[in-house]
Design a protein around this ligand. Structure first.
Ligand SMILES: [Zn+2]
Length: 325
């Protein structure tokens, strides 16, 4: 059976109260469509999610707030992992862990790990760098801190600086003992020397997702499949981060995506512990990456470009309006 794991990046980088609105998902009408709603959906589908909480936000938005988030997820029976966007606790101009020296990274990761242990009373097992911004130093430091696995590597994404890659699309055990579960990456568009890699994400277009999943299931070089969601994935928030609204289309889409995974008879959802127990580690590098080619890749590329432009215009318009006030 091929495995799929549902991962959620829990974070908020905008507005005056990101924990309330972009993590807990409190909308303008008082309802909540953040991590609680995601857990409702996962529970309905009998899926145990792995929630990567941006611990760095504890020193930006409040330790009590981030502690509540961690306890809430664990209390509902889902798993927590450590996620770090270092700009929230260290240097606002350095967004990627690889921009910090090894000692600086050591300090940042240790501080976040200690916070996790203090709040949940256990050692974290899983890590994911904010913006996949890890390098080899990061992986060494995870071993020093007793982590069992890392989910940061994203082959083909320049924000990730684990070079050369330690894994492609398959679980790999490093000589240090650390397990790498790479972000499921595929070549979404190739034109001449230009190549773009994307990941499986709840925000992607439904037709692209539907096309990809059976291919990922069939490809031996992909295991586990790593799915991405964010704590704010069910919201419209970019224009109004303090007054988000529920995006019912996205709820329906996530539900449909989970149903598509479930329709694949050779695919099974696993929890973090099941993944750690059941992963047969790749002995040799399996470098095959699925690629979408021809007319289809152009169509998906245009779709993506349109949604990115729309998002950027909305954010920019809002920011300009805010600045004028
Ligand atoms: Zn993140």
């Amino acid at each position: 059976m091929k495995k799929v794991i549902m991962t959620v990046d829990v974070e908020g980088h905008d507005g005056s109260d990101p924990v309330t609105h972009l993590i807990m998902g409190k909308t303008v009408d008082g309802t909540s469509y953040g991590i609680g709603k995601l857990m409702d959906i996962f529970d309905y589908h009998h899926i145990k999610g792995l929630f990567f909480v941006d611990i760095a936000e504890a020193w930006d938005y409040g330790e009590a707030e981030i502690a509540t988030v961690l306890r809430y997820i664990k209390g509902r029976g889902h798993d927590c992992g450590v996620h770090i966007h270092p700009d929230h606790m260290a240097d606002t101009n350095r967004l990627f862990l690889w921009e910090y020296t090894k000692n600086e990274q050591r300090e940042i990761i240790k501080k976040c790990t200690d916070f996790y242990i203090k709040i949940l009373g256990e050692k974290p097992k899983a890590f994911r760098a904010g913006k996949y911004g890890a390098n080899r130093d990061t992986l060494d430091i995870l071993v020093e801190n007793g982590y069992l696995c890392d989910f940061s590597e994203f082959v083909g994404q320049r924000w990730c600086q684990i070079e050369p890659p330690v894994a492609y699309n398959k679980a790999t055990r490093l000589s240090s003992g650390l397990l790498e579960f790479p972000v499921t990456s595929y070549k979404s568009f190739t034109f001449g020397s230009y190549c773009r890699n994307d990941k499986l994400d709840a925000s992607m277009a439904m037709n692209e997702f539907r096309y990809l999943v059976p291919r990922l299931v069939m490809e031996d070089c992909v295991d586990p499949i790593v799915m991405f969601v964010h704590s704010f994935s069910l919201l419209d928030w970019r224009k109004t981060p303090d007054k988000p609204r529920v995006n019912r289309k996205n709820i329906k889409k996530l539900d449909m995506m989970l149903a598509i995974f479930k329709e694949e008879s050779s695919l099974t959802f696993v929890s973090l512990d099941e993944l750690l127990d059941q992963s047969i580690m790749s002995e040799d590098a399996c470098e095959t990456i699925i690629s979408i080619k021809g007319f289809r890749s152009w169509r998906f590329f245009m779709q993506r470009a349109c949604s990115v432009i729309k998002m950027r215009v909305e954010t920019k318009m809002w920011n300009t309006r805010r600045r004028k006030k």
